[in-house]
Design a protein around this ligand. Structure first.
Ligand code: IPD
Ligand code: CA
Length: 265
């Protein structure tokens, strides 16, 4: 039996050494190693080295588990556990030395995320959660914002890398921004979700998130009391992730649905 607390302890220790590696490589200077979906969707040598480090450490401790990682994809498990990894979430921030990038590592058992850690490698702040066990930041229990009016809500979001998708996302934002306090685009989805857990952002939404962007942060937000959903009855996924306190979620969801936020390219 894989206990969430045991999986979390391993995740935290691996995320810490992974964050240290990212920082050492950042200090030595960062170059783009390759591009992926578009010319601005970059991979650095650190993205790959950090992912390899995490894979090696997990394999040493739990050789039968599978790992799904952003840079090297997925593998076959001989156990019920699959790890979901973004070695550096916020790669563009990392490239520009903006201190908002994270190692995001979650453990799934039989397809359900049961433990997750998001570590801001630049600042050392660390958010953790286990399923049913609550969400914490540096030992402090987290609770979402108590805001009840969407017009007063500070809302995070992000944009994909492809121009056509960004244009659709900008049109959705143009329809939304008159109904909220303001918008923040901080550049790392996992950290955005953790900021919702803390109540530092009142809510967050984004289309186009992959499992590694949202697995750990989504659990942290949910365990802090956020509703983490997709649009129109769908679970959170590629089409949409909305994370908001129960008092804000219905109105935000309604606006995003009316604006066809999960549509477009
Ligand atoms: C990206 C960041 C960004 C979000 C994008 C993600 P990456 O991940 O989380 O905030 O808006 O959708 O792809 O490329 O930095 O790992
Ligand atoms: Ca990444």
């Amino acid at each position: 039996m894989d206990q969430p607390a045991e999986l979390l302890a391993l995740a935290v220790s691996v995320a810490r050494s992974a964050g240290d590696l990212a920082n050492r490589m950042r200090a030595e200077g960062v170059d783009v190693a390759a591009t992926k979906s578009t010319a601005t969707d970059v991979v650095t040598a650190a993205d790959r080295a950090v992912e390899q480090h995490v894979r090696d450490e997990l394999h040493k401790a739990r050789p039968d588990d599978a790992v799904l990682g952003e840079e090297y994809g997925g593998g076959q498990a001989r156990s019920a556990v699959r790890w979901i990894l973004d070695p550096i979430d916020g790669t563009v921030n990392y490239l520009y030395d903006l201190p908002q990038y994270a190692v995001s590592l979650a453990a799934e058992v039989d397809g359900v995320v049961v433990a997750g850690v998001v570590r801001n490698a630049a600042t050392g702040r660390e958010w953790t959660a286990t399923l049913g066990g609550g969400a914490f930041c540096d030992g402090r229990r987290l609770r979402v914002s108590a805001e009840t009016e969407l017009g007063q809500a500070l809302v995070g979001t992000g944009f994909g890398y492809a121009a056509e998708r960004r244009l659709h996302q900008a049109r959705v934002l143009a329809g939304l921004i008159g109904h909220i306090r303001d918008i923040r685009r901080l550049g790392a989805a996992s950290l955005d979700l953790c900021l919702v857990a803390e109540g530092v952002l009142d809510a967050y939404y984004e289309k186009g998130l992959n499992p590694w962007d949202r697995a750990a942060g989504g659990l942290v937000a949910a365990e802090a009391g956020a509703l983490v959903t997709g649009l129109d009855g769908n679970p959170p996924g590629l089409d949409m992730v909305i994370a908001a306190p129960p008092a804000l979620h219905p109105r935000l969801h309604q606006l995003l649905s009316d604006l066809d936020a999960s549509g477009g390219p």
